[in-house]
Design a protein around this ligand. Structure first.
Ligand SMILES: [Zn+2]
Ligand SMILES: [Zn+2]
Length: 871
């Protein structure tokens, strides 16, 4: 047998195995396999990005699921890919170009895009090598990029089909505009933040109304009241001439249900160019649109004397001017929600613009039905409600973005005859007049292409073998923060284009926070780099920690270094257990083992192993990664290392019974080998390294069968007997240590079993061997003098102190200890009796002192009992 080095060094093991697995083709899925498919498509990380904690958690979960199913006999496919991340990528290259003193317009569209492609090629290696570093067992032969030619064809197909069905259309609508990023934002891309502002009451002739954005007053084209509001009924339908900052204006009063009569004065000004509600009111009543704020965030020519002024500057100026003219009734402080660009936090300006929109209504209905009928399951279930709510209130999705980097909109305009053409292939001349065409300069929202990801990655719109075999996919694993951006859109588009759900399950994992519970962000400077953890503690330890922290229903997990350190200790424990087993395999002959009946400990550890395998499988099937990880941990550390290895030593070191020794060796090897297979999905590297050195079947642990508890694997009798032995041995060990019995000293122990209980006699030799004790089981025994008492497994356990300890010295020590505890108790009681302490000290300080008192009282009781036992 080859020996393992003394110390486990992940950096010497991990890189070697990934390369070997990849070379051997173990990550590849086969369309011709008779096995049942199990598919995951990887949420594509940004192509130019690098691995962060959120990725690490999601990818670890996906890899655990993929490795588990691959081993459990499925045709497992994990499709990797990266995303072109429209705006994020374009902004980086824009900055590079700006650093050279140029703008992207000066460079031109083609040259600029060439620069972006170059940068993508240079930087796309980082994330992919980090995925390998993490151990991701994805099928690299099927890797996709959201801008690759296949996906471009898919996006064109999507666009053309939706356009032909009338679900995709161009419209002048009020959109969210970021004046800094110079692009439209979808409703989801606008963050809401409460801010302090002013509610300005403006006199409008005979009426008064309030607004938080007085600068938009210049764009007013109407006033609106509720149809049932008696106060204003007489004005409805009239056109009022109203004195304003730039002379008199004519303004029409309309009645509309959208007005809340109880808000403010019950009158609102209608500014169709700058407010979504007003835009709708304006459409209903035929009011003109007046855009007084431009796409640059400055006032337009329509703002008259304010033209060219910044929108917020104009707000201050116009209030001052109106005050001077006596047009302001009063100003009140007002806290309200302001829309901010999710990327740059600039205040979003609602503006009217001609954009492409997608009508999602019918698709949303299908997506709701799919979840209601359980064709698609959301785990944890609590998210289902959120999903329904969003789907049931869905609005048209603005899909055009004023960017260059991305899928360019496949629409061409003819300026000669005004015709619009949408096509799968690029058009060069107008099909109507043969004249020149202009392609829409905008690109599509990133999610327009990622929404197709579960089937575009498998070859759609072509009917490929991959698509037939692996769609619908089995599960989508992603963070809950993109349930609307992405999960909902994949659900809708999958049902629309494939006629079936894109995935059977959606597992929404937690968000990783720093140890203080803060969301990690570059601006806060609290980002923990997953690579640092991997370097310091090993990838296996890091992965194990992430899985162990993944508790369903818990929204946020905090990652503290101590947790990863704890997992590293577990890896070392596994390593040391393996070293012990390998060091004791000389002369191992499995055939010889059959000549010896298994001991109760052999039978017990096999039964516990079967129970562990059952728990791991059941937990993984229910996405309870923490339960699965904890089951292997508990079994390996406590049952296998703490007890079985101790017991095994006895038979390994006595060589008279060679068959019994071989039997122990066989149990050791089989238990360890099986446990490694259970642990492999979590800790792929260390398990492979050890497995290769143990007797095993097959070329790699990653394609070895996943352990399954067979029928009759549970040995109730052995478990009951070992439960007694473990409980008695633990009790005796506690007494030994509390009574300061020297480790080498042998003690006599009398066990008085409960009436009519079997199994104690049988356990006695094992208990004795584990605790350096001569154990006798005596039904109805009296407690001997000078003995310590413990109660365990329903029995009374008497540990004889005579001869085991120096009685006089031990009595003196116990007396001193009792005095010390007594002093401490008196001090604490005194402190807690003083009202000025109890009332004035912080509650947690008082509570701490109380619990110290309880602790010291317990210590005194234990010491007193020990002293009494020696009397
Ligand atoms: Zn912005
Ligand atoms: Zn034409």
């Amino acid at each position: 047998m080859t020996d393992l080095p003394d110390r486990y060094d992940p950096s010497a093991v991990e890189p070697r195995w990934y390369a070997e697995w990849e070379r051997a083709g173990y990550f590849r899925a086969d369309v011709d396999s008779p096995k049942q498919p199990y598919t995951i498509v990887m949420p594509p990380p940004n192509v130019t990005g690098s691995l962060h904690m959120g990725h690490a958690l999601g990818l670890t979960i996906q890899d655990v699921l993929t490795r588990y199913h691959r081993m459990a006999g499925w045709n497992a496919l994990w499709v990797p890919g990266t995303d072109h991340a429209g705006i994020a990528t374009q902004v980086v290259v824009e900055r590079q170009v700006a650093a050279e003193g140029m703008t992207k317009e000066e460079l031109g569209r083609e040259a600029f895009l060439a620069r972006v492609w170059k940068w993508v090629e240079e930087s796309s290696g980082t994330i992919k090598s980090q995925l390998r570093r993490l151990g991701a067992s994805c099928d690299w032969g099927r890797e996709r990029f959201t801008l690759d030619p296949g996906l471009t064809a898919a996006v064109r197909e999507e666009f053309v089909r939706l356009y032909e069905e009338g679900l995709l259309y161009r419209d002048d609508r009020l959109i969210n505009w970021c004046p800094r990023c110079q692009t439209v934002l979808s409703d989801l891309e606008v963050d809401r933040e409460e801010r302090d502002g002013e509610f300005v009451y403006i006199k409008y002739g005979p009426l008064t109304l309030g607004t938080v954005r007085p600068e938009t007053k210049l764009g007013d084209t109407g006033l609106a009241v509720h149809p049932k509001d008696r106060r204003y009924r007489k004005y409805v339908g009239q056109t009022l001439t109203i004195p304003s900052v730039q002379g008199d204006i004519e303004i029409k009063v309309v009645a509309d249900e959208a007005v809340d009569p109880k808000f403010g004065t019950g009158v609102i000004k209608v500014t169709p160019g700058h407010d979504p509600v007003d835009f709708e009111i304006g459409r209903r009543h035929g009011l003109p649109v007046r855009s007084v704020i431009g796409f640059d965030g400055k006032m337009t020519a329509l703002a008259g004397t304010y033209a060219g002024m910044d929108r917020f500057e104009c707000r201050r100026q116009i209030v001052a001017d109106m005050q001077a003219l006596g047009l302001i009734e009063r100003i009140e402080p007002y806290r309200h929600a302001v829309g901010l660009c999710y990327r740059c936090k600039t205040v979003v300006e609602p503006l009217v613009s001609r954009q492409w929109f997608m009508n999602m209504q019918s698709m949303a209905e299908m997506a709701v039905k799919a979840v209601r009928s359980r064709r698609m399951r959301i785990v944890p279930r609590a998210w289902t409600k959120t999903y329904f709510h969003w789907m049931e209130n869905i609005r048209p999705w603005c899909v055009s973005r004023q960017l260059w980097w991305g899928h360019r909109i496949p629409a061409w305009y003819c300026d000669a005859d005004g015709s619009v053409h949408v096509a799968r292939q690029d058009l060069t001349a107008c099909p109507q007049c043969g004249g020149a065409l202009r392609q829409d300069p905008d690109v599509l929202d990133t999610w327009f292409s990622s929404g197709l990801w579960p089937f575009s990655t498998l070859g759609w719109p072509q009917e490929t073998a991959d698509l037939k075999t692996f769609y619908p996919t089995s599960v989508l694993v992603t963070g809950y923060d993109i349930i609307f951006f992405w999960v909902a859109r994949m659900a809708m588009l999958g049902l629309k284009f494939m006629g079936d759900v894109p995935f059977r399950d959606v597992f929404l994992h937690t968000i990783v926070r720093d140890p203080e519970g803060q969301k990690m962000s570059k601006t806060k400077g609290n980002v923990v780099d997953p690579l640092l953890f991997m370097e310091q503690y090993g990838t296996d330890a890091f992965r194990f920690t992430l899985a162990a922290l993944s508790v369903p229903g818990v929204r946020d997990i905090r990652i503290a270094e101590e947790r990863v350190e704890g997992s590293r200790n577990f890896a070392n424990k596994v390593w040391n257990a393996a070293r012990f087993v390998l060091a004791n395999l000389d002369g191992y002959d499995p055939r010889l083992a059959r000549k010896s009946a298994p001991s109760v400990a052999d039978r017990w550890i096999r039964s516990r192993l079967a129970a562990t395998a059952r728990t791991v499988r059941a937990s993984l099937d229910r996405y309870r990664f923490n339960d699965a990880a904890s089951a292997v941990y508990q079994f390996l550390w406590h049952e296998f290392c703490d007890w079985y290895l101790e017991i095994a030593k006895r038979s390994l070191y006595q060589t008279e019974d060679r068959a019994a020794r071989a039997r122990t060796q066989k149990t050791l090897v089989e238990t360890l080998e099986t446990t490694l297979r259970l642990l492999h999905p979590f800790m792929p590297f260390i398990t492979e390294e050890i497995w290769q050195k143990l007797p095993h079947e097959g070329p790699s642990i990653m394609i070895a069968p996943f352990p399954k508890a067979g029928r009759g694997a549970t040995d109730t009798a052995a478990e009951a007997e070992m439960d007694v032995a473990v409980a008695l041995a633990s009790a005796i060990r506690t007494v030994r240590s509390e009574s300061r019995v020297p480790p080498a000293a042998e003690v006599a122990v009398t066990v008085r079993p409960p009436a009519a209980a079997a199994g104690y006699e049988a356990a006695a030799p094992l208990v004795g061997a584990l605790t350096r004790a001569r154990v006798s089981v005596v039904p109805g025994a009296e407690r001997p003098p000078r003995s310590a008492l413990a109660v365990a497994a329903g029995a009374e356990v008497y540990v004889h102190m005579e001869g085991a300890v120096d009685l006089a010295a031990e009595r003196a020590r116990l007396t001193r200890e009792i005095e010390r505890a007594q002093k401490e108790i008196a001090f604490l009681q005194g402190k807690l009796a003083r009202p000025e302490f109890v009332e004035r000290a912080p509650a947690d300080v008082v509570a701490r002192e109380r619990s110290r008192l309880v602790e010291q009282e317990a210590v005194r009781a234990t010491l007193a009992a020990s002293l009494a036992a020696l009397a």
